[in-house]
Design a protein around this ligand. Structure first.
Ligand code: NAP
Ligand code: ZN
Length: 375
């Protein structure tokens, strides 16, 4: 089928065949996944490894739906290996903890985000920036499994086994379902705002009010900035103000955009589809920064002039490392910050993807795995 990359095509099977893997996949688990870019997600059986001494096995309670799940399931980034079981905003209960596990015991609530492994020795890993591992981090799904071989499967399933170093502690103060999307949408917006020091006295823009965008608005507000939300959906104005925006700018209206020329310190762009970056870059002050976290599959062109004039900067950011993810979760527990969610069952996932494409989600779908049927 066109666009389908099999494990063999990617060459990893041959490479992996030369290696002896530590723990075979033996625990059967029900999951939802897809077998090709045009196929709907459907029930399937996968296998997880028996927990090693350093592993925890988690019974998954909730899993958020990120737009990246849709990009990957539909092979929009052209790197999907099928079958693909998405899901990287996972919260669940520890049902087994290996004998060397220190942070968790059976019954604890735990979280897993976009990463389940990395080489742990390169400079990025040593700096707690495992997402930039020089030897490729192991993503929670569609990643090369360092422990068992093959491709990793994500959180649209009953259970997952992860090394405790990549498992996050979840405070009892958090609503577990509403906290699940913090594991991706939360850290992806928290991390760049910390890095570029968003705070009081700054005018900060957030582009797009979806899963990432609504968390960006909450964080920018919590950090004390003046927050402006750019949206293509005028009907989200009231919600944006409730979530913490101080003003809302309809990005399709050139007059409204023009009023804000050269005025922003920082803009975080969370848009999932192609759009005009110059229109936002021009709104930055001298030396202002715009950071892209949205990952549209097609390029969004930039003319050099919007950067050259006023020495503006265009940067990007990828999720966050383990230490910062824990810091963000603890910050949220302290400040009572969670996501605004719409709960669904596994059977509704295809419909949820269609709605996400139409920007019709307030503001994150979360799958209740306990309520879901698996056949
Ligand atoms: P989402 O919930 O679907 O939100 C995306 C928002 O973008 C929409 O709600 C909409 O907001 C806006 N939008 C959509 N199409 C648009 C268009 N054609 N022009 C202008 N605005 C448009 O998606 P998400 O889960 O927040 O993810 C957003 C993007 O971030 C995805 O590309 C995802 O893959 C990426 N991502 C990156 C990272 C990372 O580490 N960098 C991590 C997670 C996700 P309005 O209705 O307000 O306009
Ligand atoms: Zn994500």
């Amino acid at each position: 089928m066109e666009g389908v990359i099999s494990a063999e095509d990617r060459g990893h099977v041959q490479k992996q065949a030369e290696k002896a893997f530590e723990a075979p996949l033996v625990i059967p688990a029900r999951a939802y996944g897809t077998t090709g870019p045009t196929a709907r997600l459907r029930p399937m059986e996968i296998k997880r490894r028996e927990p090693r001494p350093q592993d925890v096995q988690i019974e998954i309670l909730y899993c958020g739906i990120c737009h990246s799940d849709l990009h990957q399931a539909w092979n929009e980034w052209k790197n999907t290996v099928y079958p693909c079981v998405p899901g990287h905003e996972i919260i669940g209960r520890v049902v087994k903890a290996g004998r060397d596990v220190k942070k968790f015991k059976e019954g604890d609530i735990a979280g897993v985000g976009c990463l389940v492994d990395s080489d742990r020795t390169c400079p990025s890993c040593r700096a707690g920036l495992e997402q930039f591992c020089d030897n490729t981090p192991t993503f929670t799904y569609n990643g090369e499994d360092r422990v068992s071989g093959g491709i990793t499967f994500g959180g649209y399933s009953q259970t997952i086994v992860v090394d405790e170093s990549f498992v996050l502690r979840i405070s009892r103060n958090l609503d577990y379902a509403a906290a699940a999307p913090l594991l991706c949408a939360g850290i992806t917006t928290y991390s760049p705002m910390r890095r570029w020091k968003v705070g009081q006295g700054q005018k900060v823009g957030v582009v797009g009010l979806g899963g990432l965008g609504h968390m960006a608005v909450k964080f920018a507000n919590a950090f004390g900035a003046h927050v402006a939300l750019f949206t293509t959906s005028p009907n989200k104005t009231q919600d944006a103000m409730r979530l913490g925006a101080h003003e809302v700018i309809i990005s399709k209206d050139p007059d409204e955009m023009h009023k804000h020329l050269n005025s922003f310190d920082f803009i975080l762009d969370t848009v999932s589809a192609e759009h005009n970056l110059d229109a936002y870059l021009e709104l930055l002050k001298r030396d202002g920064t715009m950071t892209l976290v949205g990952a549209p599959p097609t390029p969004s062109p930039v003319t050099g002039f919007s950067l050259i004039e006023r020495r503006r900067q265009l940067t990007g950011s990828l999720i966050g490392g383990l230490p910062e993810t824990q810091e963000m979760l603890d910050f949220c527990a302290e400040r009572g910050i969670v996501c605004d969610i719409e709960m669904i069952t596994m059977q509704q996932v295809n419909e949820a993807y269609e709605r996400m494409l139409k920007s019709d989600v307030k503001y994150r779908f979360v799958i209740d795995l306990q309520l879901s049927a698996w056949s």
